[in-house]
Write a protein that binds this ligand. Sequence first.
Ligand SMILES: NC(=O)c1ccc[n+]([C@@H]2O[C@H](COP(=O)([O-])OP(=O)(O)OC[C@H]3O[C@@H](n4cnc5c(N)ncnc54)[C@H](OP(=O)(O)O)[C@@H]3O)[C@@H](O)[C@H]2O)c1
Length: 374
Amino acid sequence: MTLASRPIVHILGLGSMGTVLAVDLIRFTNALVVPLFRSQEKLETFQKTAHSKIGLRKIYLEEKPLIECTVEKAECPETFGGEPIENLVITTKTYQTKEAITPYLPYITPNTNLILIQNGLGVLEVLKEEIFPDAAKRPNLFQGVISHGVYQESGFTYVHAGWVGMQIARLPWNENELIQKSSLVEKDSSENALVQLLMGQRFAKEFGMKHTTYQEMLLGQLFKFLVNCCMNPVTAIVDCVNGEMKDHCGPVFQSIIAECLDILKVAYKPLFEYKVKYHGMSEYPKLDDSILTTENMTKEVIRIGCDLNARNSTSMRQDTLYLRETEVAYINGYVVTLAKRLNLSANVNKTIVELVQLRLGLNRTRATQGDWRS
Ligand SMILES: NC(=O)c1ccc[n+]([C@@H]2O[C@H](COP(=O)([O-])OP(=O)(O)OC[C@H]3O[C@@H](n4cnc5c(N)ncnc54)[C@H](OP(=O)(O)O)[C@@H]3O)[C@@H](O)[C@H]2O)c1
């Protein structure tokens, strides 16, 4: 590849996920990686104090190496201008997406590849209804489901605690295009610049990349979503480390999952009918949705959340402890929004959202006014 055809990747949200991705893109591709900071002040701190360096400590490797990279170019809304954006990776928290993307809207065209790498669901609806209401102006949209575990050490240095991988798929703008043929994956593999960059041999191997149809990714995404709907809010509400609640959380997980599945089955009907409708059709990949039952998922959430990650503290619990906003509106709150649209009831998840907000409010009150218990 010549220098002239060097791909440019703008990263909106240089936090845990943005950094893990940026470091490997710099190391294993020829892309020009350009982080987009929220303000001129933050950009200057990055360039002058941190000398444009990002670091990743890979603690899952025996030697726990710290890998440092220098970022060639960085921008913020005040400095940005000129050419349309080719590839935009969104790695802000879900609730930060709209505010973060707004300054760059004039540079996003139908030729831009935009990939959301976030937990939860519901950002697509925000993009559709509030950010790109005009269908003719919408970019090519992709979703990445990332399973690497990363947290901040200090400044622009992050800790890569768990290496798992990432799955990407083209995210359909329209609900009636939820099921994709395998040929779409092949077409994007041979024609789309972002897919080619992320699926390039070296990067794909180092980052654990998989590229599939949307329905294959959605199945995994809903599985992960149900884990998040249980582990995140419950650990935040009762303020515990994952493994502590193992023997007591079954009933509440079952109530959350049963209600989520009732609603998701209506909202994502084509996925739940897939086996019946597309079985044996060679243009469509095989898919087994039988994992998404209340009984199986309750067992799986306890196994993955409370056994395999017994010593972990969820991001939502961390957010409430450090008095930060949580992503609950895009996890249990998304189920409540879907239910409203579909005229269904979501009282369990509505109460869960309210209790997370109560927990955060209470922690904030105690931080300013003291703890009445002591
Ligand atoms: N961390 C993990 O292990 C992990 C794993 C899987 C999925 N996820 C998901 O990935 C998403 C990102 O999580 P994360 O852990 O990477 O969050 P994070 O560390 O908080 O990173 C978010 C970044 O977005 C930046 N940002 C916020 N508003 C912005 C704006 N207006 N303009 C520019 N930048 C802005 C923040 O910068 P400021 O510091 O300036 O606010 C921060 O650097 C979430 O949906 C999360 O649930 C995380």
